[in-house]
Structures are given as C-alpha cells and as structure tokens.
Design a protein around this ligand. Structure first.
Ligand SMILES: Cc1cc2nc3c(=O)[nH]c(=O)nc-3n(C[C@H](O)[C@H](O)[C@H](O)COP(=O)(O)OP(=O)(O)OC[C@H]3O[C@@H](n4cnc5c(N)ncnc54)[C@H](O)[C@@H]3O)c2cc1C
Length: 497
C-alpha cells in the first residue's frame, strides 16, 4: 500500500467483492466468479455512491427489477467507483447496491447484486457486454493510478445482475466488505505515512545544511540536517505516529484472530474490541497518516514541494483515506452512536480497565514511569469524558458535536498503551543484548558504541524512545481535548454558518 496505493486499492476491492460472492452467492455464482477474481484474472468493485447518495446510502436510487429467470435488470448511475473500468483484466465484476420495486425507503430497502461488465456464458467463457458503460473518469488530487469512474447501468435496458443473499439484506451484507475495507483504509494511512517517514529520514541523512548544534563555527563543515534538534524532533514524531498506527492496526488484527478462534463470552469480548477499533483504525490512521506525510514533506524543505521527490505524492495520495469508505466524520459518529454503546458499553469499559492496569504496572519503572503517568492521565480523562458528557442535559448534542475529538482521544490512548507495551518488550531485549555483548548498562559510551554498531540494538533502543516521545507529545492531547469537551462549549451550534 505504501509502495503503490493505487494498485493496492484494486486488490483490496477485488478481494472484498469476491468475498461477498463467496459468502452470500449461490453455488453457481461462486463457481462462475470466485476463483477468477481471487486469482486476479478478473477484478471487482464496490458500487454504492450516487450523486445524491454519498454518506447517506439510504438515498440510493439505482433500481433492480426481477426477471422470469430469477436474474434482475439494473438501471441507474453510480459515481466515484474505484477501478470501475480499466484494461487490466478482460472482465470486471461489480458489487452493486440497488433498490427493488416496492422496497421500503432508506437503507433497509437496499439489495446487493453481482453485475459483470461482460456477461459470462454457461461454459464460463466471456459473452456479450452487459450494458455497463463508463461515462467518465475523475481528475483527482492523488491516487492518479486508480481510475475513479462514473458508471451507467442499464442505459439500453439490458444490464443483468444476480442477487446476493435475500432482497432487503443489501446493506447488512455490504457491511462485510465495508468493515474490512475500513480497516484496510486505516492500513493505507499507516502505509503511506510509513513510506513518507522513511523517505524523509533517508533525505535528512544526505542533505547538508547549517552547522551542527555542537559545532557552530563558520568554518565547520556543513552537517546533515538529521543532526539539527528541530529536524530530529519532527523525524521522531513521524516515527512515533507511524509506530502508533502500526500498533493499533496490528492489535486490531490480533483481536480479529482471537474473535475467530474463541466462543461465548470470550468471543464477545474480542469481537467487541474489533468493532470498537474498526472506525478508530480507519479514521485515526488516515488523519494522522496524512499529518505525518505533511511533516515528512517539510523535512525535504523546498524540494519536498517539487515533483522531484516522492514527498508531495505521499501527501496527495494519503488525503483520500480520510474521505472514502465513509468519511472520518461518519466513522466518529459510528463510534459514539453505536460502538461505545454496544454490549451496554462493556468493550470500552474493558479497554479502559486494561489501559489503567497497564499504566499502574509501570508506575515505578525506572525508564517508563513518566510515560506511564501520561497514559494514566489519558485513560482518566477519556473515562471522565465518556461518563460525564452523555449524562449532561444536552449530552446527545455534545456527544455528536464532539464525536471526532472523542475518536481522536481514544486512538491516542490505545496507541499510547500499545507502544508502552512494546517498549517493555524492547527494554528486555536490549538488556539481553547488552548482557550478551558484555556491555554494562551504566557505561554510556559503551552503550552508545553498541547502538552505533548493532542495528538490532538501535532498533530496540528506538522502540523505547518512540514510546516515550509519543507518551509525552501524543498522549497529553487526550487530556487537553478533555478540558475543551468538559467545558461544554457549543459555539459551532450557535454560530451563524
Ligand atoms: C477517489 C475516490 C474513490 C472512491 N471510491 C468509491 C468506490 O469504489 N465505491 C463507492 O461506492 N464510492 C467510492 N467513493 C465515494 C466515497 O465513498 C464518498 O465520496 C464518501 O462516502 C463521501 O460521500 P460524498 O462525497 O457524497 O460526501 P457527502 O456525503 O456529501 O459529505 C460531505 C461532508 O459532509 C459530512 N457529512 C455528510 N453527512 C453527514 C452526517 N449525517 N453527519 C455529519 N457529517 C456528515 C461528511 O463527513 C463530509 O465531510 C470514492 C470517492 C473518491 C473521491
């Protein structure tokens, strides 16, 4: 995803569309499409958005009318469809949300259909085109390698589609694809940020400007910018957020696996965390991933603003992650409206308990104690906001108004917690390496020599520095936002906009 976001999008959506057919299609549909999609012979799309139905999918107008043979005729226009048309593969398989005649208004009236670009004959070979026409391709800020298409279905009254599941189940079935895609769009934010941060670090080691902090004499040689404290601060902040995002998506992946292999209450506990973390992975990683690309571009100075270096492309490519698959505003509403309340709030209470306990267990750690203190303050601030805000007289409005900062607070708290857990592991690994090499931890010069000579030792050392930096620069944002939220300020609702 970091190396080629556009190409990875194609793969992400193809897998998601094939998975829908695998889980909800008839045996015939599975036999016709799944293997050829999973193998990459054909690709897939997700077709939800229409001009009047973006965040509000209940407004979808595309229609699907059942035919005597059990198939449906579709008619309507979709916009912004990723990989909606291209020449990379001979067929494209669209997963389309549409409305059957007489279906209830809103999202509950939607059904899900498989619509091939080229019809497939009974022997599996490609037949006639299926009346799906690409009416245009968007000119965009980034992901220029990804064709974002307007598609017209059934302009000549001959667009054949096949139902997945039952009529009316469309939106709930589509959530299988959307939840996976939301998680993966979070990984997209992480991946592009990681690529940008790596490019910035490499550049900072080569670019010579100014004199080193410790030798400012005019005749001293120019130093690589990586030696300047301000550049180092930015580079470590970039690394901190990249590792924070990676920790969050990795831990969420672990929760998914645990939910998959457990049953009963234990399953509910892991699944609760998966559902809680899905909008946080999507929104927190895409928002902070974008900021990391901005900081990385700054490391390049004027060269970052040119197309001679990749920094500007990372920034442009990353922005879309906060917009598609449900904007980050919609993710935040999902968090406060559904995820915090599900299972009577048990998942979030469980999480707050875990974090507070972890902070407590590090309270007297010689290296991590002050970071643990920051974590404890963040958890306390988060807990207070979650109980206090909804209980106010205007609690519902305050919660909706502040959904985005609440998601941001939760993302910081969880990521800070996970980075400290990683730092604990890194500390033990580094101590073992020092012992193995016969280096005393108190001998600063010998430790520094080992860090310079051993990439492994430097890796563990940096894991600890990253956790400490995030704890002191990222985690205090939780308490700061709690101050703003608890003040109950409602100017955006009072302003004339
Ligand atoms: C490059 C690209 C690729 C895309 N790929 C696909 C694809 O493959 N398939 C597909 O179906 N779609 C795709 N989309 C569409 C994308 O998912 C939508 O753009 C997105 O869901 C937002 O819809 P919208 O653009 O209509 O914005 P709107 O829904 O008009 O939102 C505008 C703003 O209002 C806010 N807003 C809207 N409603 C509310 C509300 N109820 N409460 C609070 N805030 C609200 C939003 O957060 C946003 O900030 C793609 C879009 C782009 C740009």
């Amino acid at each position: 995803m970091g190396a080629n976001t556009s190409l990875s999008l194609q793969i992400l959506l193809n897998r998601g569309a094939a998975h829908l057919i695998e889980n909800f299609g008839s045996d015939e549909l599975k036999a016709t499409y799944c293997e050829r999609m999973y193998s990459g012979e054909w690709t897939g799309t997700m077709c939800l958005t229409e001009a009047g139905a973006g965040s509000d999918l209940g407004e979808i107008k595309t229609s699907a009318v059942k035919q005597a043979d059990g198939s449906y005729l579709l008619s309507g226009e979709k916009i912004f469809i990723t990989s909606g048309n291209h020449d990379l593969t001979p067929n494209i398989i669209h997963a389309v949300l549409a409305r059957t005649p007489g279906a209830p208004a809103g999202a509950k009236g939607l059904s899900l259909f498989v619509v091939p670009k080229i019809r497939v004959t009974t022997d599996g070979s490609l037949g006639d085109p299926n009346d799906v026409v690409c009416a245009g391709i968007e000119h965009k800020l980034g992901i220029h390698g990804s064709p974002t298409c307007s598609l017209v279905f059934g302009n000549s009254g001959a667009c054949q589609g096949f139902l997945l599941g039952q009529e009316g189940q469309g939106i709930s079935l589509m959530f299988q694809m959307m939840n996976a895609a939301r998680y993966e769009v979070g990984i997209q934010g992480l991946s592009i940020a990681a690529a940008a941060q790596q490019a910035a670090l490499a550049y900072s080691r080569e670019r010579l400007q100014g004199r080193s902090f410790s030798n400012k004499k005019a005749d001293a040689p120019q130093s690589p910018i990586v030696q300047h404290p301000e550049v180092r601060r930015s580079l470590l902040l970039q690394a901190s957020y990249v590792q924070a995002m990676r920790a969050l998506v990795s831990y969420t992946g672990w929760c998914m696996d645990m939910a998959h292999v457990t049953k009963g209450e234990e399953h509910d506990r892991w699944q609760g965390l998966v559902e809680l973390f899905t909008p946080v992975c999507k929104a927190w990683c895409s928002d902070w991933g974008f900021r990391v690309t901005e900081w990385a571009l700054q490391t390049f100075g004027g060269y970052g603003y040119t197309m001679d270096y990749p920094a500007e492309q990372y920034l442009r490519d990353c922005k879309i992650a906060s917009i598609y698959e449900g904007t980050n505003g919609i993710q935040a509403l999902d968090l406060v409206g559904r995820k915090l309340r599900m299972q009577e709030g048990r998942p979030v209470k469980h999480l707050l308990g875990l974090v507070a306990e972890a902070a407590q267990s590090l309270a007297s750690d010689p290296i991590l104690a002050s970071s643990a203190q920051q974590l404890a303050s963040a958890a306390k601030a988060m807990g207070t906001v979650l109980t206090e805000l909804p209980a106010r007289e205007n609690g519902m409005m305050l919660t909706v108004l502040n959904a985005v900062p609440m998601l941001d607070m939760l993302g910081h708290m969880v990521a800070g917690h996970l980075l400290l857990q990683q730092a604990l592991v890194a500390k033990a690994k580094l101590a073992a390496l020092l012992q193995e090499r016969g280096v005393a931890a108190e001998d600063a010069a010998a430790v520094r020599a080992l860090l310079t000579e051993s990439p492994e030792a430097a890796f563990y050392h940096n894991k600890i520095q990253v956790a400490i930096h995030f704890a002191h620069r990222g985690l205090p944002l939780v308490a700061a936002q709690a101050v703003a939220l608890r003040a109950g300020e409602t100017a955006p609702m009072d302003a004339v906009l």
